[in-house]
Design a protein around this ligand. Structure first.
Ligand code: TTP
Ligand code: MG
Length: 361
């Protein structure tokens, strides 16, 4: 098994939004709490307390279904401002422990602690210290996964939730990975899982038995990632993220939509909106991504990187048309559409024009 010699920690808060609500409203403690929309609305569960999870409630489930599964659950509206403030506190703690922090979402980050020589050189002890500091500062629990790459650190943090701490050592990685079911592989979503199962790949052992060529044939670039992680290889570095990696807009519909005409009309509108937002930040983009969520919550994306900066032009319609080709927009109803612009750069042209303006009397 490949061993990179790195020490990576993945931290993920437990039932983050719900835990914040239980902390701030003691009457919610030890109760089934669902954060999201109203019980009988079309909105979905953002998250729920572990008490509610026992009943099968989970993120992204329609609130109405959640209420059927757990009738005594208490529904609360999200308070994003509080979550953001709490997130800022934990991110600050991460930066005290490492210069290499990659935040993934409000409640989750990777840390590379390879160069720390204290804590007896133990990343597990560092992770324990981070968990304690988080608890002292926020009264919330986090789970930590420790390993020699991001793939195993992420899986480890999920294995022992809530309030977990798990280390996957290089010598245990091979056995560990063989026993993982395919949907436990980070990066395998519902659609990929289905495809894997069709190919007879149910677990890590099956995945490892596939040739590189087969995996690349079926999954493109991600095939190589799957080939490598099945062997415990994941060289992705922990990258301190720059701001403004992408600009996106999306729309969840009150009523599901269907058919190409409707989809195209909405995507063009979202595209306009995204481009305006991008330009207002003085940025240009080269990659266009569309996101489609079908009404069973299966989500797909299609991306295209262009050689020139993306702009308003008649070609955009053709481009979208091509991207929609291998989707199921004619067969399935759609509840959400989104447009994201990425591969960003500064818009030097605009800057120059603005500078000129400054000197124009
Ligand atoms: P997660 O870390 O995926 O979930 P969690 O922290 O609630 O629970 P776990 O103990 O399993 O980690 O997401 C973090 C927060 O992001 C979550 O509290 C709510 C929000 N969120 C959504 O709003 N929608 C979603 O679909 C998901 C998955 C999360
Ligand atoms: Mg979490």
């Amino acid at each position: 098994m490949h061993y990179s010699g790195r020490k990576i920690i993945h931290i993920d808060m437990d039932a983050f939004f719900a835990a914040v609500e239980q902390r701030d409203f003691p009457e919610l403690q030890n109760k089934a709490v669902i954060v999201g929309g109203l019980p009988n609305s079309r909105s979905v569960v953002a998250t729920c307390s572990y008490e509610a999870r026992k009943y099968g409630v989970h993120s992204a489930m329609p609130c109405s279904q959640a209420q059927r599964l757990c009738p005594h659950a208490i529904f609360v509206k999200p308070r994003y401002q509080v979550y953001r403030e709490t997130s800022a506190i934990i991110q600050e703690i991460f930066s005290e422990f490492s210069n290499y922090v990659e935040p993934v979402s409000l409640d989750e980050a990777y840390l590379d602690v390879s160069s720390r020589k204290d804590y007896h050189g133990s990343a597990t002890l560092i992770a324990q210290a981070i968990k304690e500091k988080i608890y002292q500062s926020t009264h919330l629990y986090a789970s930590a996964g420790i390993s020699y790459n991001k793939f195993f650190a992420k899986i480890a943090s999920d294995m022992d939730k809530p309030n977990g701490l798990m280390t996957i050592k290089p010598e245990n990685a091979a056995t560990f990975i063989e026993s993982l079911s395919i949907n436990q592989f980070h990066g395998v979503g519902q659609a990929t899982e289905k495809k894997m199962i069709t190919l007879g790949i149910k677990n890590g052992k099956d995945l490892k038995s596939q040739s590189k060529e087969t995996l690349i044939k079926h999954f493109g670039k991600k095939g190589l990632y799957y080939y490598n992680v099945a062997r415990g290889i994941d060289n992705r570095p922990v990258v301190c993220q720059r701001k403004n990696k992408s600009v996106g807009v999306e729309n969840t519909f009150d009523h599901d939509i269907y058919g190409k005409n409707q989809v195209m009309h909405i995507l063009l509108g979202l595209f306009d909106e995204a481009l305006t937002k991008l330009n207002s930040k003085g940025l240009i983009a080269y990659t266009l991504t569309i996101k489609i969520k079908y009404n069973d919550f299966v989500q797909i994306t299609r991306s295209k990187k262009l050689s020139n900066a993306i702009k308003h032009s008649p070609e955009i319609k053709n481009l979208l048309d091509n991207m929609l080709r291998d989707t199921e927009i004619e067969q399935r109803k759609i509840r959400l559409l989104g447009i994201t612009l990425s591969s960003l750069d500064k818009n030097n042209t605009i800057t120059r024009i603005q500078q000129l303006d400054l000197f124009t009397p």
